[in-house]
Design a protein around this ligand. Sequence first.
Ligand code: GDP
Ligand code: MN
Length: 361
Amino acid sequence: MKLLEYEAKAVFKEHGIPIPLGHIIKSPEEFSGISGKLPSDFVMKAQVDVGGRGKAGGILMADRTKGEKIARELFAKTIRGIPVREILIEERLEIVHEYYASIAVDRSSKQALILFTESGGVDIETLARENPDAIRRASIPLLMNRIPPFMMRTLLGSAPKELGPVIQNLYRVFLSRDALLAEINPLVTTPDGPFAADAKLIIDDNALGRQGITQNRDLTDREREAERHGFSYVELSGSIGVIGNGAGLTMATLDLIEYYHGKAANFLDVGGGADQERVMHAVRLVAADPSVKVIVVNLLGGITRCDDVARGIISADINQPVIVRLAGTNEDEGQKILAGHGYRMLDSMEAAVRAAVEAVQ
Ligand code: GDP
Ligand code: MN
């Protein structure tokens, strides 16, 4: 789950990373309540979860006389499609230079990857493409609780030494918050020392409970509903809804859709021992996605009984066509029930997937 800039900055501050003095407002009217606490010049930053807010008009310079007017302007905007609900008002920094520092999970090496560059403030992906040598990297085993001095020297090169403790503290944030990414861009130097002018923190979804986060805000309503039912559910961009039991069978169904040049709308694994009600909820959930035009149900009966599955599909009572492939326990009974209600049953997953791909063409 991604934290907003001001939330990430609060975490950074707890771990000793200097951040600009700031206030959050949720409406233009709230500006007058804090204006007395503000310096004469400040920055207004839309708290939206998108990169490149600066370029998209989400960051405006302001002063006390124009503050409320500019807040009103910013609240009226959508930044790359996202409405502005909160604005972070921060003292304006006197920036000498912008650097970049980030720490991310590197899944292939199973270590933390630290990136640092003296060309900060810009989009790191662009920099990596256009001038990869400008980015210094170091990998650190996650069992180490500090970045060793030799590694820090390699990372910093000739950049100011005062950035060392900031990066060290960023590593503490990364470890203690179960982060997938902790990033400061730009990490700035000023006459008053270094500051995290921006902050990004992505928490591993599997660690939310341990981090005291009860709800993953990044989930769509349907993903949240799926979580409640204990389904493994991922939304994709196509129009063929997919329901399977077991991650392997469900993945194989997605692969087949791809193979026959279709596009899956989702991955949904109902899990083992699915009964009538579970199947019904799964079918309704997938059907609730407006981009789903047809649904393939590909289930193997073991503990799961095909007749239960059939009743589940029927009781879901949805508008889109459902193409079913069922095999295993009580297969014949399941087939009879579905056929009696006019559903299409096919014997193999290839045939079921092909029929679904044809149905959306
Ligand atoms: P992003 O565009 O979403 O990454 O937003 P940032 O918070 O990184 O801000 C983008 C740019 O705005 C920074 O690289 C700075 O150049 C500039 N900026 C942000 N805060 C300040 C500030 O307090 N003072 C000055 N002078 N520039 C700032
Ligand atoms: Mn930034």
